[in-house]
Write a protein that binds this ligand. Structure first.
Ligand code: APR
Length: 310
C-alpha cells in the first residue's frame, strides 16, 4: 500500500491498532516489540485473516527497527500498562526508559515520520519523544483527547439514548485525573448538552469520564483499556494519512496558546498531512481556564520529576 505505519509495542493496544489499520485498508503495517515471536506471530495471524477480511495490507512482525525504515507514521504503544490501584503517573520511570530507547530507534530509521504517542503517562511521554527525536512539534502528537472525548460521548449517548454519531464532545487538558471535559462545547445534533442533561447528571457523567480509564482497569484487573485507545490512535493516523484535516483533541506542544508555554497538553488541533497543522484556540470561561491551568500544572510536575531522574 502507499503508506507505511509502524506500531511499536505488540501488546493489547498495539496489536489492536495494527488490526484496525489493516482492516480499514489504510496502510502497510510493521509491528515491533522487544519480545521475540510475539510481533511475528500476531502479524502472521492478522495476515491470515486478510483473505476473509478482504484487504491487501502487508503486515510484518519484527524485533528489528531496520524493518521500520521510512515509515510515514509511527504509533508508540510500548510500555507497561496500569494495574488496579495504580495511577498513570505510577508508570513514569519505567515508561520513560522504554520511550527513550524506542524513540532513538524510530527517529534513526524514520526521520520524516509523524509520531503518535499512546504510552502513559501520556503528556509526559510526549515530552520524552519530542526531546529524544528532535522532531518539530507538529510531528509529535499524543493520543488522549480523542479517547477521553469518545468516553464522554459514549456516556452522553447512554444517558440520552441517541446515536453516538450525533454527539460531539471535547475533553481538554492532561490525560489524567485533572482532564477537563467541556460540556459547554459538547452537543447532540448541534444542541448543547447543557440544555438536554441536568447539571447533577452532567456532573456525574464528567466524573465518570475522568475515571474512565480506571473503571476499565478495575474490571480487567490485569491491564488497561485497549479497544477504545486503539480506535482513537487510528482515527488520528487516518486523518494524517488522508490529509482529512479533522479537528480532534490531542496532546500538542503549546508555545503560548491558552497561556501555556513549553508543555504538551490536550487541546483541539487540526490533523492533516503536516501532522498538527493548527492549534485551535477556543474561548474558555474563567472556571474552564482555571481547570486547564490546574491540569497543565499536574503535567508540569511530571515533566519536572522526569528531569530529576537519571
Ligand atoms: N520496545 C518495544 N516494545 C516494548 C518495549 C520496548 N523497549 N518495552 C515493552 N514493550 C512492549 C511489551 O513487550 C508489550 O508487548 O510493549 C507492549 C505493551 O503491551 P501491553 O503490556 O499489552 O500494554 P498495553 O495495554 O498495550 O498498553 C501499552 O499504552 O495505553 C497505554 O498505559 C498504557 O503505557 C501503556 C501502553
Amino acid at each position: 500500500m502507499e503508506k507505511k505505519v509502524t506500531v511499536v509495542g505488540a501488546g493489547n493496544v498495539g496489536a489492536t491498532v495494527a488490526q484496525r489499520l489493516c482492516e480499514k485498508a489504510l496502510c502497510d503495517v510493521v509491528l515491533v516489540d522487544i519480545i521475540e515471536g510475539v510481533p511475528q506471530g500476531k502479524a502472521l495471524d492478522l495476515t491470515e485473516a486478510a483473505p476473509v477480511e478482504k484487504h491487501d495490507a502487508h503486515l510484518i512482525g519484527t524485533n528489528s527497527y531496520a524493518d521500520t525504515k521510512d515509515s510515514d507514521i509511527v504509533i508508540i504503544t510500548a510500555g507497561i500498562p496500569r494495574k488496579p490501584g495504580m495511577s498513570r503517573d505510577d508508570l513514569l520511570a519505567t515508561n520513560k526508559k522504554i520511550m527513550t530507547s524506542v524513540t532513538e530507534q524510530v527517529a534513526k530509521y524514520s526521520p520524516k515520520a509523524t509520531l503518535i504517542i499512546v504510552s502513559n503517562p501520556l503528556d509526559a511521554m510526549c515530552h520524552v519523544a519530542h526531546d529524544v527525536s528532535g522532531f518539530p512539534k507538529n510531528r509529535v502528537i499524543g493520543m488522549a483527547g480523542v479517547l477521553d472525548s469518545a468516553r464522554f460521548r459514549s456516556f452522553i449517548s447512554m444517558e440520552l439514548n441517541v446515536s453516538v454519531e450525533n454527539i460531539h464532545a471535547f475533553v481538554l487538558g492532561g490525560h489524567g485525573d485533572t482532564m477537563v471535559p467541556l460540556p459547554r462545547y459538547s452537543t447532540v445534533a448541534g444542541i448543547p448538552i447543557t440544555e438536554l442533561i441536568s447539571k447533577e447528571r452532567l456532573d456525574a457523567i464528567v466524573t465518570r469520564t475522568r475515571n474512565g480509564g480506571a473503571e476499565i482497569v478495575s474490571l480487567l484487573k490485569t491491564g488497561s483499556a485497549f479497544y477504545a485507545p486503539a480506535s482513537s490512535a487510528v482515527e488520528m493516523a487516518e486523518s494524517i494519512m488522508k490529509d482529512r484535516k479533522k479537528i480532534l483533541a490531542c496532546a500538542a506542544y503549546l508555545e503560548g496558546e491558552y497561556g501555556i508555554k513549553g508543555l504538551f497538553i490536550g487541546v483541539p488541533v487540526k490533523l492533516g498531512k503536516g501532522g498538527v497543522e493548527e492549534i485551535i484556540q477556543i474561548k474558555l470561561t474563567a472556571e474552564e481556564d482555571a481547570a486547564l491551568k490546574k491540569s497543565a500544572a499536574a503535567v508540569q510536575d511530571l515533566v519536572d520529576a522526569m528531569k530529576k531522574m537519571a
